[in-house]
Design a protein around this ligand. Sequence first.
Ligand SMILES: NC(=O)c1ccc[n+]([C@@H]2O[C@H](COP(=O)([O-])OP(=O)(O)OC[C@H]3O[C@@H](n4cnc5c(N)ncnc54)[C@H](O)[C@@H]3O)[C@@H](O)[C@H]2O)c1
Length: 443
Amino acid sequence: MKNNKIKNLKQKIKNKKANIGIVGLGYVGLPLALIFAKNGFNVTGIDIDEGRIRRIKKGTSYITDITGAELKRAVKSKKFKATKDTVCIKQLDAIIICVPTPLDRNRRPDISYIRDVAEKVKENMTAGQIIILESTTYPGTTREVLLPIFESTGLKEGEDFYLAFSPERIDPGNKIYTTENTPKIIGGISGASTELAQLLYEQVIKKVVPVSSAGAAEMVKLLENTFRIVNIALVNEIAMLSNKLNLDIWEIIDAAGTKPYGYMPFYPGPGCGGHCIPVDPLYLSWKAKQHGFKTKFINLAAYVNESMPKYIVHRLEDILSGQKKPLKNSKLLIIGIAYKKDVRDLRESPALKIIKVLKKHGAQVSYHDPFFQYLKVKGIDLVCAPLTKKVLTSRDCVVILTDHSGLDYGSIIENSKLILDTRGVLRRFKGKKSKMSKGKIFN
Ligand SMILES: NC(=O)c1ccc[n+]([C@@H]2O[C@H](COP(=O)([O-])OP(=O)(O)OC[C@H]3O[C@@H](n4cnc5c(N)ncnc54)[C@H](O)[C@@H]3O)[C@@H](O)[C@H]2O)c1
């Protein structure tokens, strides 16, 4: 009986007859749904956001990396449909959960979205299904939270249903590494679940890497993100020190990057945005605390990175005071408000914090970002200013917070009075632009 269930599911997966359900159609879930659909699977996307469901039906994308045409093609092929109705879970063979995992107001893990979905799955689950969690979370979530919910139905993991964790490693805006060509880690609660999850992802992803348990797979993702938060904090600290020593951090990073081994470049910036760096490592430090363990690296790195927006405001004050201008009433143009280049994503963006502090200090702030025609969040209400000569020449200082591609950096250099370049994007103009006079551009 047990063998029959695995055999049936394996057969369905191999024949692409398995019905796939993706719960949560955001940055992670929507691309994944389209990949399964493109590879011939019938995919049902489930989301509570009716606006998103409507947009999918109309074929208008809300995710930077997905075009409207791709979405239309998938819907037209009838391989992909979206709904908010969770009863369809009964008809699915594989259910992949990609819902948010934010922090609560006390900066502790908020896994309520995962729990809510788990309850819906529990109400509708049938024997022979595999359920995979992709949301980034602390080690133990799959075994300690999901397993008891599903087993309370009387069904047994590894025999009646299968449960695994597989972290999503998507890097929005990355044109080289996409979901399909980024190796996928998987770890099941049971060996049977690992085997099935591996088989499923192998149908659509080039390389699948099984690990010994769901907990190990959960920890892999947090090691990756912790590695980044710590190295970004390190380079932010070196950047602040370099400024004190009158050294150019970008020259130093580029030169260090010529070492062919033992070094990997990370870049300073105005602070960390998105989800992976500012939020995910705090899931790990929370879990560590439950075990009486203090994650000193994570705590220190978070502290350094969170102090960057304030540091940028201080730099700006210094730069303006060099021109005998106070921050109060100064006219500033912020370039780039997204948390990183080439994405339409404001989550945890340091630009928001910086704009708020600048306004509090009485500065006159405007912004330019091709991804946002207006900015109406957290007490900020601004309209995107055009990047014209008139705008640039009328500002006391231009502050580059996000280095979007395709902006006319030549014109920014030529027409701005002062520039604070927090991303080092102007260094590639070095020596080429005569107008790049000393004392005008600051890091
Ligand atoms: N965005 C990234 O770059 C990235 C990268 C790797 C991992 N992750 C992780 O993947 C997970 C999802 O992130 P995301 O960026 O796709 O989030 P997102 O906010 O873009 O999308 C999540 C979607 O889930 C939906 N949702 C919420 N509750 C639901 C419910 N009960 N039922 C159905 N749908 C529901 C929301 O409406 C939303 O459309 C998070 O754990 C995140 O940490 C994100």
